[in-house]
Each structure stands twice: as structure tokens, then as C-alpha cells.
Design a protein around this ligand. Structure first.
Ligand code: GH3
Ligand code: MG
Length: 562
């Protein structure tokens, strides 16, 4: 199934869900109207309550293709607005709210939806439909990089067995061939990486053109060369043959994994995610469709006060804000976002139907955004948005990611935990927080030096990244401490998963100047719902880790409150 199809399925499901619930939503409004109409004295706030529901439903109905329902509800909202307005003209005779009219309009809507058999199709394709819940963020599932590797070498050299075991620890599968023709057959299947003996390839005239053809067809296909002979000639051959990396036969796994990681990074890249804030539903759907059609993910909201929750939960790559909104204008909203330390790196674009001169009309002046006029053509608009995202992603990568291990650093793992915890509380699904610390790491440094210690840290971070689900969050908390946040995972299941990693890691043979050694780690886990506040969870994991160390190390312990 292609990415587009997956996304299409999501939309379809959401639409079906929406359609199913629409009658009960209308019924709720109808009941409210019945109750209010029976009151002896109807206050403005009673009508506001009904208007609120009508307004929201009008918006979402429009987005899901119920345009008639949406339009009728909007008209009703306008009618009711007359009875909630504060600045009534006292000299005029007051019009009385006609509840029968309101009821009849709703009865008419109920009739319409009970007779409509299917959701009317919008002009544009389904895949570009907008979801108007401020909390829904659709994520595309990143393409999974194939973990099968073909190694082709002239004879079963010693390094091969180390290679096989080492890569297997990181979840890769190796097929070894001595014969190029047999290797070719395997490569034709869906293989993304070939590790090829350069000397063997130099003797075989057609393998390089053949591999180049595969590369043209399969964009993600990579060729690594290995050779005992690291002469200039062999290296030049490797480059000319389109080699993506070159290793000595005695190469260590860390280096190979490092390269694979480097190349797979681009496949794991999430689609760009844009949050659009606009009080006008039509503009919202227009821009959401525009960006979705170009493969980006959008979250949309008409309510500026919901923006902070959306940002905390989904960390968009870009925020697009309309300038004129009733409760809070775009400049004020931008200034509020910019006051938040965690959100300073998200680029903001303010857009307006007016030109730039509109900015002079605002009381506060603020510069943490870029201005675009709505008259900018679509392609330029999208390309400006893409550029901003790319630039800030690069910057953010270096700010958020630990330079040694390439995983989240201390402050970002904390931000991620806050975000996940919010999500967990709302969904009431379990969450696990695991703290890992390498055992006797000081002695690794003391015996083999800091550089070797660094390689051990890297190998653990790679193993964690490779072995955990892509939805788990892995970060380096301090020197040799790692944190893993696992959403929708009970502490018991987290323990099972980490125990597997622990065992595999303890078997991984590190090599320093010809000396082989192994390293272990200990882990403490705490989580929700056993503990219901975030601080106690992190402290609990820390305490459990301490217990694991005291208990003899190389183990995983779940925190239990005394
Ligand atoms: P325990 O089993 O109790 O955890 O003992 P330990 O030796 O692992 O713990 P200790 O806290 O005594 O030592 C941690 C060592 O980790 C000390 C520090 O030099 C080293 N370390 C911290 N950060 C890095 C790093 O980035 N690279 C390297 N190579 N070493 C680091
Ligand atoms: Mg330690």
C-alpha cells in the first residue's frame, strides 16, 4: 500500500466516523434548543451556548463535505447572533427570538442528513480533505528501509562472521555470496544495500554497470565497497563505480552502522508539518489542501487559544497565522508563541489578504515572523514555506540532537516527555519512562581511553534506535545515561523490550586495539498509570535504576512506590 493510500484510508475512516456521529450532534443541539425554549427567562449566555455548538458544527460539517448542513447552520448562527449581541440599540423595538423557527431549521437539517445516502464529494480529491479538529494530526508513516544486506566477497574471510553477527545485533540481515551471479539474483529482490569486495568487482567487468542501473531504478540503493587493498587505484575504482562508502576488510561494525544510519536518515524523515490558524474556515481548508497536495501534513484550528496545546503535542515545523482574527490578532498570537522558550525555533508566517502596510495598524510591533500576502501565487507560497522549514530543521537538528550519538539531548528529551505525558493523560493509555546507565563505564574509559568509551556510547545509542519502535523516543540524558519514552506501553512490556536490548548489548563484542571486551547496562522503569504525575515518574525511574545498580547491575527493574 502506498503512503497516499494509507493517508486516504485515514481520511475515509475519519469521514465515516464523522458521518456516523453527525445525527447525534444535531440531536444534542436540538435538545438544547428545547430546554432553553422552555425556560421562563432566556439569557444571552443560554443562546451563546447553543451558538457555540452550532458554530463548531457548521465548520466541521463544511470540511467533511456536508456543505448544505454547514450553510444552514451558519445562517442559524447569524440569526441567533442578534440575540446575544451586547450593543443592542435600545431605541429600536426588540425582536423576539422565534424558537419555533430555530426548531424547524434543525428539524429540516435532521431530515436532510437522514435522506442523504453518502457524503457529497468535494471539488478537490478526498486525499486533500481537511480535518477541523484542532487535536487531530495525521502523520504519514515513513517508508521503512529494508534491513536486508547482500555481502559479496571472493572468499569467506574472517571479517564476515563478525560482520554478520554485529549487523544482526542491530536488526540487519545478511546474505553472503562468493559468486557475483548468485548475488545479483538476490539484489534484484528488494535489497537496499550491497557490500561488495572491490577487488572482486574490479575483476568482473559487468557488475559495476549492472549495479549502476539498479541505482538508477531504486533511488535508495547503496553500494559499499570493502577491500584489503586500500590503494589509490581501488579507492578511485570505488568512487567511479558509484560507491557510497569504502571500508577496509577489518572494518568495525560501528563505522558500517554509522554509514547506514547516515543514508537511512533521509528515509526516516518525517513529512513537513504545518499548523494553520485562521478564523475563516474556507481559507483554512484552502491552505490545508494546498499543502496536503504537496505531501505535507497539516493541523488546522480556528481557535487561537487551542494553539499552545497543538504545538506542545505535535511540534509543527511551521505555523501559518492569519492576521485578522476576532479574539486575538496574528501579531499578538505570534508574540505569545515567541514568549514560550520551547517554541522559539518554530518559524512563523503571518498572512493576510491585505499587503504589508496592514502591519502598521497594529498596536504592538513584533519581528519574530515573516509576512506573506494571500495574493502570493500558490507555488511561491509553498516554496517560501518549504524553505523556512528546511532552514529551521537544520538549525533545530543541531540544537536538539546530541552531537556524539545523534539522538535527542537532555533538554529535548524533557520537552518530549512533557508532550507525551500530556497525550497519555488525555488518552489514558499507558506510558513508560526508562532510564538506562552503562555499567562500570568509568573503567572502559580508564582502560581503553575516552575515544573507545565514545564508540561504546554510540553503539548503545544505535542499538536503542534500531531496536525500538520508531514511535519510541530515545535521548541521551547525561554522559552515559539514556532515556527512552515509550507511548502506549505498560511498564511490564517496556521491561520485556529493554531486557532484549540489554541481552543483545551485553553480547556485543567491542574491539579496542585488538582487545575484545563487552559492556552491560542497567535500567530503571516507571510509568503511567501506576504513577500519575510526571515528576514522580522520572524520579521513580531514577530510583529503580539505582536499585538495579545496587542489585548487581546488568538488569532492568520496575519502580514500585513504597
Ligand atoms: P556504574 O556502573 O555505577 O554506573 O559506574 P560507572 O563507572 O558507569 O559510573 P560513574 O558515574 O562512576 O562514571 C561514569 C563515567 O562516564 C565518568 C565519565 O567520565 C564517563 N563519561 C561521561 N560522559 C562521557 C562521554 O561523553 N564519553 C566518554 N567516553 N565517557 C563519558
Ligand atoms: Mg554508569
Amino acid at each position: 500500500m502506498s503512503l497516499e493510500e494509507l493517508e486516504f484510508e485515514n481520511f475515509g475512516e475519519l469521514k465515516r466516523h464523522y458521518k456516523k456521529n453527525l445525527p447525534s450532534k444535531i440531536e444534542n443541539i436540538f435538545n438544547k434548543v428545547l430546554i432553553v425554549s422552555a425556560l421562563r427567562e432566556v439569557g444571552a449566555e443560554d443562546i451563546s451556548g447553543i451558538r457555540n455548538d452550532i458554530h463548531k458544527l457548521a465548520g466541521s460539517a463544511g470540511s467533511f463535505g456536508f456543505s448544505h448542513v454547514s450553510k444552514t447552520l451558519r445562517n442559524l448562527d447569524e440569526y441567533l447572533a442578534k440575540f446575544t449581541s451586547e450593543d443592542k440599540d435600545s431605541t429600536k423595538e426588540e425582536e423576539l427570538l422565534d424558537f419555533d423557527y430555530v426548531k424547524n431549521v434543525i428539524i429540516e437539517i435532521k431530515r436532510t442528513i437522514s435522506t442523504s445516502r453518502s457524503v457529497k464529494k468535494r471539488k478537490s480529491s478526498d486525499a486533500s480533505e481537511v480535518i477541523l479538529s484542532s487535536m487531530w494530526v495525521l502523520k504519514k508513516i515513513p517508508e521503512d528501509w529494508n534491513r536486508k544486506i547482500v555481502v559479496c566477497d571472493s572468499c569467506n574471510k574472517k571479517y564476515i562472521s563478525g560482520f554478520k553477527e554485529g549487523l544482526a545485533y542491530f536488526g540487519y540481515e545478511i546474505d553472503f555470496f562468493e559468486d557475483i551471479e548468485a548475488a545479483k539474483e538476490k539484489i534484484i529482490e528488494d535489497i537496499h544495500l550491497v557490500i561488495l569486495d572491490a577487488d572482486l568487482a574490479m575483476k568482473n567487468d559487468d557488475i559495476v554497470p549492472w549495479l549502476k542501473k539498479i541505482k538508477e531504478k531504486r533511488g535508495s540503493f547503496k553500494i559499499f565497497f570493502v577491500s584489503e587493498n586500500i590503494s589509490f587505484k581501488t579507492r578511485l575504482f570505488a568512487i567511479k563505480s558509484g560507491g557510497d562508502a569504502f571500508f577496509e576488510n577489518s572494518t568495525d561494525i560501528g563505522k558500517v552502522i554509522n554509514k547506514i544510519e547516515y543514508f537511512t536518515e533521509s528515509y526516516k524523515k518525517k513529512p513537513d508539518h504545518i499548523l494553520i490558524v485562521d478564523d475563516d474556515i474556507d481559507t483554512l481548508s484552502y491552505y490545508a489542501q494546498l499543502f496536503q497536495q504537496r505531501g505535507m501534513v497539516t493541523s488546522v484550528t480556528t481557535d487561537p487559544s487551542s494553539v499552545f496545546n497543538i504545538i506542545t503535542e505535535s511540534m509543527p515545523d511551521l505555523i501559518l497565522i492569519d492576521i485578522l482574527m476576532p479574539s486575538c490578532n496574528g501579531i499578538e498570537l505570534t508574540a505569545m508563541i515567541r514568549q514560550h522558550d520551547d517554541f522559539t525555533s518554530i518559524p512563523i508566517i503571518i498572512y493576510s489578504g491585505f499587503d504589508r502596510s496592514i502591519l502598521t495598524n497594529f498596536e504592538i510591533s513584533f519581528s519574530g515572523y515573516e509576512f506573506i500576502s494571500k495574493s502570493t501565487d500558490d507555488e511561491t507560497f509553498v516554496s517560501i514555506a518549504r524553505n523556512r522549514i528546511e532552514r529551521s530543521r537544520n538549525l533545530r537538528y543541531y540544537m536538539e540532537v546530541d552531537s556524539l550519538t545523534g539522538i535527542l539531548n537532555h533538554s529535548n528529551i524533557n520537552t518530549s516527555f512533557k508532550r507525551e505525558f500530556l497525550r497519555t493523560q488525555r488518552s489514558n493509555l499507558p506510558l513508560s519512562y526508562a532510564m538506562i546507565d552503562i555499567d562500570n563505564f568509568k573503567s572502559v574509559n580508564d582502560t581503553y581511553g575516552h575515544f573507545v568509551g565514545d564508540t561504546v556510547l554510540k553503539s548503545l545509542s544505535y542499538m536503542l534506535m534500531e531496536r525500538l519502535r520508531s514511535t519510541d523516543i530515545v535521548g541521551r540524558y547525561g554522559g552515559e545515561e539514556f532515556v527512552i519514552i515509550m507511548g502506549n506501553t505498560s511498564v511490564q512490556n517496556a521491561k520485556k523490550v529493554i531486557d532484549v536490548v540489554r541481552e543483545n548489548f551485553s553480547k556485543l563484542v567491542h574491539n579496542a586495539f585488538g582487545q575484545e571486551f563487552t559492556v552491560t547496562f542497567s535500567c530503571g522503569i516507571a510509568g503511567y498509570p501506576e504513577i500519575s504525575d510526571a515528576k514522580t515518574i522520572t524520579n521513580g525511574a531514577d530510583k529503580a535504576l539505582y536499585m538495579a545498580k545496587r542489585d548487581g547491575k546488568n538488569k532492568v527493574i520496575i519502580y514500585e512506590e513504597e
